[in-house]
Design a protein around this ligand. Structure first.
Ligand code: AMP
Ligand code: TRP
Length: 326
């Protein structure tokens, strides 16, 4: 029997190559491998924990759904849905919050980073990882493909699963994270920081125009030396570009170093721009086509939510029985 796999992406802006190489590419590979029943969602409830424009949210959800499909997620084979269309997620989050130690949440580095950026941080930003745990355990997921910034959240999920099972009896499945070879793609403008939607200048977006891709890569921050070698400590910018190049083309870093070791940085960057444009042009076109028919996308999400609700509601009933609510 297939075991379940879950992942989510926040509808908070266009996806970048970090999202792709750290997560989305793997989502597609795992779906195509066929070993798991896959659930993928646009986690809209997570995305409203940071300042946002309500008039844009629906478009952002559609954008994320279109990105999943354009990258290769097939709604016939995977269950693709919107988190808030499955009310069990927020209900279970409340239940799980009753067994979540305050101290564990206080240690979350993403909460510390994000709350430092906000004038007044909200409670949901703090309890964000509890909702994520609910997203995962509702589907009995054994595997969760994510980038490395989510590992701490996943560790909390595992802790909550053990705690719940100890107290109420074996009920929840403990999930394992699945990382790609590039779990942390760095910013083009600051190779010591993670590429992040919150700093768009350093992002290579999957649907950037060929002109933008070229301009951003040519301007990518590197050291002032020469020679293409993989040395993340002393040549973080070049190391990041090598990693991107390797994983976009499925070639090895060694192979690329052998080919480009004496190349000028500008020649090397131009070569990456060329392969990135080739790789993501079909994505950009497909996504634009999908977004031109928002009703069709919404229909896909509605169908996905129906299937997800069946699984999630059954699990929620099981959980409520265990804790004495039913
Ligand atoms: P988010 O847009 O924050 O919902 O992230 C969606 C997925 O992309 C998550 O699995 C993240 O861990 C992953 N991710 C985000 N930024 C990066 C990055 N710079 N490198 C690798 N993976 C990333
Ligand atoms: N917190 C994740 C992120 O910011 C998104 C997410 C929410 C998620 N729920 C999830 C990822 C469940 C995997 C499984 O990227």
């Amino acid at each position: 029997m297939q075991q379940n796999l879950v992942s989510g992406i926040q509808p908070s802006g266009r996806l970048h190559i970090g999202n792709y190489l750290g997560a989305l590419k793997n989502h597609v590979t795992l779906q195509d491998a066929g070993a798991h029943r896959c659930f993928f969602m646009a986690v809209d409830l997570h995305s409203i924990t940071e300042p946002y424009d309500a008039s844009q949210k629906h478009a952002q959800v559609l954008d994320t759904l279109a990105s999943f499909i354009a990258a290769g997620i097939d709604p016939k084979r995977s269950t693709l849905f919107v988190q808030s269309h499955v009310p069990a997620h927020s209900e279970l989050a409340w239940i799980l919050s009753t067994i979540t130690p305050f101290g564990e949440l206080s240690r979350m580095t993403q909460f510390k980073d994000k709350s430092a950026r906000q004038e007044e941080s909200n409670v949901a930003l703090f309890t964000y990882p509890v909702l994520m745990a609910a997203d995962i355990v509702l589907y009995d997921a054994v595997a969760v493909p994510v980038g490395d910034d989510q590992l701490q959240h996943l560790e909390l999920t595992r802790t909550l699963v053990r705690k719940f099972n100890n107290r109420f009896g074996e009920t929840l499945v403990e999930p394992q994270p699945l990382l790609t070879p590039t779990p942390r793609v760095m910013s083009l403008t600051d190779p010591l920081r993670k590429m992040s939607k919150s700093e768009p200048a350093g992002c290579l977006f999957l649907d950037d125009t060929p002109e933008d891709v070229t301009a951003k890569l040519m301007a990518a921050v590197t050291d002032s030396g020469s020679g293409i070698t993989y040395d993340p400590e002393n040549k973080a910018g070049i190391a990041n570009l090598l990693t991107i190049f390797a994983n976009v083309t499925d070639r090895s870093v060694d192979d690329l170093v052998a080919e480009y070791k004496d190349a000028k940085y500008s020649v090397f960057k131009k070569a990456i721009a060329k392969v990135a444009i080739k790789k993501f042009t079909p994505f950009r076109k497909k996504k634009a086509k999908l977004l031109a028919k928002p009703e069709a996308l919404w229909k896909v999400a509605t169908r996905g939510a129906k299937a997800a609700n069946l699984v999630a509601n059954a699990k929620l009933v099981e959980i409520k029985k265990k804790i004495g609510l039913l």
